[in-house]
Design a binder for this molecule. Sequence first.
Ligand code: GLA
Length: 378
Amino acid sequence: MRVTTRQASPVLILVMGILTTVLATHAYAQPALKDAYKDYFLVGAALNEAQVSGTDSCEVALIKKQFNTISPENLLKWGLVHPEPNKYDFGPSDRYVEFGRENRMFIVGHNLVWHYETPTWVFQDDKGNPVDRDTLLARMREHILTVVGRYKGKIGGWDVVNEALDEDGTLRKSPWLRIIGEDYLLKAYQFAHEADPQAQLYYNDYLLENPGKREGAIALIKKLQSQGIHIAAIGLQGHYNLNWPTTEDVGKTIQAFSSLGLKVMITELDIDVLPPASHSQAAEIGMNFELQAKLNPYTNGLPDSVQQTLAKRYADLFAVFLKHRDSITRVTFWGVTDANSCLNYWPVKGRTSYPLLFDRHCQPKPAFDAVVQAARHP
Ligand code: GLA
């Protein structure tokens, strides 16, 4: 049967009216994470360029409503901000900082010294040979003073060194270590403090929930403290899955760092529900595995059973964060919706991933309700 425009319009108007009311009521009633956790810790997300430029409107609305702290997913990494020796590109990072200021959010800087996403020119001379210690230290200082200095008083805290440790807790044999020596960390923190004495300085890493790596981090922090460095907080990246780490290990890890006088931040939280691509737990950014159907089982949507398991896992983790709320200053998700999670392209390119609290249409998942619910019974 054909429906004429004349017949359809009153019906359509009625249906649309009902829909609008339902959606508006739902949006109004949707709680905000930042409100649910306002007495406990900040809640944030890592943002990309489309979001800080305001081009992704459903995500921008979500960010403004839900979060009170932001991190730059890639926007402040060395390779993007300082791609060539005498060339800085501050366009995207300026927009990121402006976005945070306009929305009165705590703005995080990520990151200054890392072994990855740092261009090779940083470590080489004109002929491609490794530079000497003094040259690399001078480059590091110039970079840190320029970047931290530009956002002095605006970026509240910096991941000064990211991922300096190997899985066994020893220092990673990065070009920073090879060329400068062990005190590259001390220097990085000194330069950051010189650039903005008010900014909080952080150490950020993954797998710290495993005892071996955790012990290495504790020794590293103690050493820096004995050299007069004030590390305000440690970042547990929080790239978790449904089984690892146990909530007991998360609790132990928070306690261990808090007993050193540090605050603890969960800085890059996501929970991978897809089959592991390798036996290694390492969140090593250089990994890249071939796409296979068995590694990408939920291309048509997440089955309800997995959705519920993810919600329970989030609830359990937030219960631990709440238990240790006096030590925790913030929990930041690595992305806003499942659509822009880096787990869609890392460590396997082209997977359909479901690690966050909002789905691909910006709608809250059961995991969102579970996290909000957890705050009601701290
Ligand atoms: C590390 C880095 C982040 C991001 C992720 C990707 O955790 O700190 O900036 O690149 O890897 O998963």
